[in-house]
Ligand binder design. Structure first.
Ligand code: GAR
Length: 186
């Protein structure tokens, strides 16, 4: 049995999609959904899916072992970042070497780095009149920007696409590929 934890900061549509994908696969369990945001909609989704949750503050995350202890208690083997906006602290990275995967809503190395998350990415893509964008699924390691890229998928951007249109195209790619790639990694 492989036990996964998902970290998410906002809506959590990817978290829900991943949980539904694995729900009929007995060899996998989504053991917890964790968030830095007590008001995040992902927590309501977790409750509907009967998945335990943990909410933490920035100082708990960065300065204590609350999160690693919780994950150990739940016997979590693998971590999925699905719309999680904080950088991970060293204690967590060291406990999960090569076992943390992230999804980024653009074709890294383009549109990565500080402040580049969610709609900010899609707005920048539209402002720069890009003809394509996509998703990047990559591992997280101690050298944040050097995590191995596992998979990328592209979509085309029409000249009149709004950032919301781009977000919709990206979400479609995320829903299709992220659970499958996670399964392959496990
Ligand atoms: C997703 O598009 C994900 O790629 C992005 O946040 C969105 C979360 O949507 N992640 C980042 O920007 C990380 N840098 P969701 O909450 O509906 O899954």
């Amino acid at each position: 049995m492989k036990r996964l934890a998902i970290f998410a900061s906002g809506s959590g549509s990817n978290a829900e999609n991943i949980a539904r994908y694995f729900s009929d696969k007995p060899e996998f369990e989504i053991s917890a959904i964790l968030s830095n945001n007590a008001n995040a909609f992902v927590l309501s989704r977790a409750r509907s899916l009967n998945i335990p949750t943990l909410v933490f503050s920035r100082s708990e995350f960065n300065k204590t072992d609350k999160i690693v202890s919780f994950l150990a208690e739940k016997k979590v083997d693998f971590i999925v970042l699905a719309g999680f906006i904080w950088l991970l602290p060293l204690n967590l990275l060291r406990k999960y070497p090569d076992s943390i995967v992230n999804i980024h809503p653009a074709l890294l190395p383009k549109y990565g780095g500080k402040g580049m998350y969610g709609m900010n990415v899609h707005k920048a893509v539209v402002e720069n009149k890009e003809k394509e964008s996509g998703i990047t699924i990559h591992m997280i390691n101690e050298k944040y920007d050097e995590g191995r890229i596992i998979y990328q998928a592209k979509c085309s951007i029409a000249p009149n696409d709004t950032p919301e249109d781009v977000a919709e195209k990206i979400h479609k790619l995320e829903y299709e590929f992220f659970p499958k790639i996670i399964e392959q990694l496990l």
